[in-house]
Design a protein around this ligand. Structure first.
Ligand code: ATP
Length: 379
């Protein structure tokens, strides 16, 4: 196990594409770090730089305190798990698990003991004689993880390892991965575009966009205190509600919604409200505005309500998860979630309530957070 440090890493591909820019981040020994961001943000390139599959154009990458720029992948003692399992099709599960150990000349007995340990842990013992073609997708991915684990590498590098699996299996393997890391706290760097995976797996999360590191912190820190509009919109499911607003003398106006927010800077702003910060009832002194109920999703334990308000939606650039498109140009969508029990029907007009303390405020021009909401974290 070892610390992995990125120091001012930059990567420009020969065709001029800037994939990673000025990326600095230290993954502590035994830490599980998730690099998360939209497609093309440079997370895979950052991971491949650790593996030695790409050379950085600028900066230094260090594993266990030693700079490894120029060191070939095999000499780095890191193990990588990809989205495609890349198992040897003609080898049995046991041979696949022990292959890396053999390559690294681990004594036979020690290798057998290690394979046993890993196959017990991953529930593969019954499958040791099978070939990959005789396994389900989830079992194959477990073998791929087991093969990487068996080697006890200095660092474990995972590139979207669960994205080929169906939703149920993904949830199950996500929990298993967490357990494995608790038992064997190997330094891990996990790349995903799925913010739920990032929130559930990461000791810390590095949110990236356009090659840059936007924010680094624990899942709670990132959820509660997003430093930019992009991070606010990217982390959280359903995402934070974002409305265009104007503030003057401590009063904020977002369409039909007007409320006092002492300290809000004058000018054009974006206000953000997490779905769980919104309620259908509250005290008379709380902000309120009429919300038209558009869609009701009854999930059993909670209700997710999609409503609309006369106001202008703001964008966090998150094209992939923006939810319903506004039905009217002068209305903005709002997503609320609350415990089941309250009857609401499509077409109802209900009073939106929230506490002004829970409002996140961003500068409309720069996207930088100027005020962080105080709602409790969801995790
Ligand atoms: P995804 O989730 O889609 O895999 P990513 O965040 O992992 O995306 P990267 O694969 O790191 O992104 O790519 C970052 C940028 O670098 C993208 O614009 C990509 O098109 C570009 N890129 C990646 N590899 C090369 C290459 N060999 N030559 C040129 N550009 C590349």
């Amino acid at each position: 196990m070892a610390e992995v440090a990125f120091h001012e890493i930059g990567k420009v591909f020969p065709d001029g594409t800037v994939a990673v820019e000025d990326f600095t981040c230290t993954v502590a020994d035994g830490e599980f770090m998730v690099l998360v961001g939209p497609s093309g943000c440079g997370k895979t390139t950052a991971l491949r730089i650790v593996a030695g599959l790409e050379q950085p154009t600028t900066g230094a990458i260090a594993i266990g305190g030693t700079v490894v720029n120029g060191v070939p992948p095999r000499a780095r003692d890191v193990a990588m798990v990809f989205q495609s399992y890349a198992l040897y099709p003609h080898k049995t599960v046991e041979e696949n698990l022990s292959f890396g150990l053999k390559m690294h000349k681990v004594p036979k007995e020690q290798a057998a003991e290690r394979v046993k340990q890993v196959s017990d842990l991953l529930a593969l013992t019954e499958l040791l004689d099978r070939r990959p073609g005789q396994l389900s997708g989830g079992q194959r991915q477990r073998v791929a993880m087991g093969r990487a684990l068996a080697r006890s590498p200095k660092a474990f590098l995972l590139d979207e390892p669960l994205s080929n699996l169906d939703a149920q299996l993904r949830t199950q393997l996500r929990a298993e991965l967490k357990q494995i890391h608790q038992k064997f706290p190997t330094t891990s760097i996990y790349v995903t575009h799925d913010q739920i995976e990032a929130m559930t797996l990461g000791d810390r999360i590095a949110v990236m966009n356009e090659g840059r590191l936007l924010q680094l912190g624990t899942p709670n820190e990132i959820y509660r205190s997003p430093r930019t509009l992009f991070v606010a919109g990217f982390i959280g499911s359903p995402p934070m509600n974002l409305l265009q607003a104007v503030a003057s003398g401590g009063e904020v106006r977002a369409g039909e919604l007007t409320f006092a927010l002492p300290g809000a800077p004058d000018g054009e702003l974006v206000i953000g409200l997490r779905p769980e910060a919104l309620r259908l009832e509250g005290s008379e002194d709380e902000p309120t505005a009429p919300v038209r109920v558009e869609v009701v999703e009854a999930l059993g334990h909670e209700v997710v309500l999609h409503g609309s308000l006369r106001a202008q939606q703001a964008s966090s650039q998150r094209a992939d998860r923006s939810g319903l498109a506004p039905l009217d140009a002068d209305r903005a969508n709002l997503v609320m979630r609350f415990p089941a029990g309250r009857a609401v029907a499509v077409g109802d007009v209900v009073p939106l309530r929230f506490s002004a303390r829970d409002v996140h405020v961003f500068d409309a021009a720069t996207g930088d957070a100027v005020r962080v909401g105080s709602e409790r974290a969801a995790v």
